[in-house]
Design a protein around this ligand. Structure first.
Ligand SMILES: NC(=O)c1ccc[n+]([C@@H]2O[C@H](COP(=O)([O-])OP(=O)(O)OC[C@H]3O[C@@H](n4cnc5c(N)ncnc54)[C@H](O)[C@@H]3O)[C@@H](O)[C@H]2O)c1
Ligand SMILES: [Zn+2]
Length: 360
């Protein structure tokens, strides 16, 4: 019975945030002279920040870059590990978007090193969690790989994030928007969270702070980013996107919004959408399944931020194919779809999607 489980809250060992904090990584990480570091970057961070990272880690004995772009699959993960297992690295440092955070966590698990995560966009709440989302070659979600320990270091450079594309920041707000909705559903249904136990009251409060900051600060924070200004609202929103949402989802738990997102990865659309953009929509669907009086408030904020609010915004139609995907991929033993304090079924989710689709 879940009632006898422990309550578990997990956090990264160190969360450091500052303007240009990445100029001083050797000191911030207290690097020893014999440190060997594997640095995982995406094409963007490699192009714009390679020199900064090289200079900042110059006290290390050696470091090597791996450039990763595209989806994290088990096959690609095994290739990276095979190519680097001989060198006895102490640390894997991931510097990039949400995918790079997941690659770095997974590689560090398999190479048994510490992990340092430096998000170059505040687009997901991945940096503070132990999870890595693994995909199939065709883009469909496969499973979560879970690191034993939370990340040792999360380093947040406000200067770098103040130059990031506005769309990525808004996607991060979309991801964070789901956190309280899902954590609250887990708390009320005594569901197992992603930290491996029952929710603490603290994690629920962290998720609630995340929600409060979004509704107070998101609009102003986006304006700040458009003007490349590091304002108090921007700083609070960065913490909400990365830290509060990260702890809030892992130790608060996932529910319908992420289960439905994972199922919808089986659908192909013309344009590529970011994780958080899909989550904004699936959060609205979760709110609709519970007939929440807050549905309109959430939907209006999404509209104000330019986040998708219906399937049509992804160029997709709510048809039988979608229904089949929900039936076949979202409802399985252990799915977070069941993490709600009320009855749930493919029909109820589909009806909620119809409701969301018809809202003007
Ligand atoms: N493990 C977790 O806890 C967790 C949580 C949320 C999301 N995720 C995963 O994260 C992934 C999505 O991450 P994402 O939405 O960040 O997309 P992404 O990482 O796939 O893509 C981000 C893109 O932005 C580019 N980029 C990076 N920094 C940039 C910058 N400063 N300026 C301009 N471009 C930049 C990159 O080159 C990349 O092409 C998904 O796989 C999702 O499952 C994992
Ligand atoms: Zn998410």
């Amino acid at each position: 019975m879940n009632e006898q489980m422990n309550q578990v809250l997990r956090t990264p060992s160190n969360y450091l945030q500052g303007i240009n904090i990445t100029l001083d990584l050797s000191n911030v990480l207290e690097l020893s002279e014999d440190a060997k570091i594997l640095i995982i970057v995406d094409t963007y961070t490699m192009k714009d920040y390679r020199q900064r990272i090289e200079k900042s880690l110059d006290t290390a004995q050696m470091f090597e870059f791996v450039v990763f772009e595209g989806l994290l699959t088990m096959e690609r993960l095994e290739v990276i590990v095979k190519e680097h297992e001989e060198l006895d690295y102490d640390m894997v440092l991931g510097f990039g978007g949400g995918t790079i955070m997941d690659v770095a966590k997974a590689v560090s698990t398999l190479l048994q090193t510490t992990v340092v995560l430096v998000p170059s966009i505040a687009s997901t709440d991945g940096p503070c969690s132990r999870l890595s989302a693994i995909y199939h070659e065709d883009g469909g979600f496969s499973h979560y790989m879970v690191r034993e320990q939370s990340p040792e270091y999360v380093i947040v450079d406000l200067y770098i994030l103040s130059l990031a594309p506005v769309r990525t920041f808004i996607a991060g707000i979309g991801d964070a928007l789901s956190t309280y909705v899902e954590a609250n559903a887990c708390y009320l249904s005594m569901s197992v969270n992603d930290a491996g136990g029952l929710d603490t009251f603290s994690s629920l409060m962290i998720a609630r702070s995340c929600k409060e900051i979004i509704f107070e600060d998101a609009v102003d924070a986006v304006k700040s980013l458009q003007e490349k200004m590091i304002t108090p609202s921007f700083k609070r929103m960065i913490e909400a996107n990365i830290y509060l949402s990260g702890i809030g989802f892992e130790s608060g738990g996932l529910s319908i919004a992420h289960a439905l997102h994972n199922g919808l990865t089986k659908l192909r659309s013309e344009r590529r959408f970011m994780h958080g953009e899909v989550i904004a929509y699936t959060t609205l669907v979760q709110l609709a399944t519970e007939n929440s009086h807050e549905f309109t408030q959430y939907r209006d904020l999404c509209l104000q931020l330019g986040l998708p609010t219906k399937l049509a915004d992804f160029g997709l139609t709510l048809d039988e194919k979608v229904k089949t995907i929900i039936e076949q991929t979202c409802f399985f033993e252990g799915s977070s779809m069941y993490h709600v304090p009320y009855e749930i079924s493919p029909e109820i989710v589909f009806q909620a999607m119809e409701f969301v689709e018809k809202r003007i």
